[in-house]
Ligand binder design. Sequence first.
Ligand code: AMP
Length: 195
Amino acid sequence: MAKNIILLGPPGAGKGTQAKRLVDGRGMVQLSTGDMLRAAKSSGTEMGKKVAAIMDAGQLVTDEIVIGLIAEQLDKGAPGGFIFDGFPRTLGQADALAALLAAKGTGLDAVIELVVDDEALVGRIVKRAEETAGAGQPVRPDDNPEVFARRLREYYKQTSPLLGYYYAKGGLTQVDGMAAMESVAAAIAKVLDKA
Ligand code: AMP
């Protein structure tokens, strides 16, 4: 059965890594607004040009832009369900997502918070940048300690209120994001199987 889930957590928590595993293992569709925005940026579309500086500075782009991107993808459907990765990031986005899903006669089956230790996050980001560079791939301009600090602040200011929002709705489950990648995946699988 199709299940729609949100992976919530600060930058570097492992949302993208876990989302990719769910895509491979369960045939779900990953909707990462960060990936969509980076694609727009590198292909040089008007929207991409508009968001480039904001992204590089570690700030959030407008709700309107990311809601538009998500709406477009939702229209394509996903028989295995959607994984929302890096969206929603504001309460406005959360409300918009609820409305978009309701209009399709569906909703969220689980919201999973990857709980991580802030100190460890900076280390992960630095490691991600080093590994990417080592593999000869372009490093994300926002994967450096200075911009990362800004991204973390944006997370606490704008995104962390979503934890209370989904908790109150009754759909929030916490998973230890500091555990080994396999254990995190197993914990997420358990939540999905119960949802
Ligand atoms: P991410 O790959 O999820 O870390 O996103 C990279 C950057 O894209 C963020 O720092 C923001 O500038 C932008 N971004 C991604 N998703 C969103 C969103 N849902 N709302 C606003 N900005 C976003």
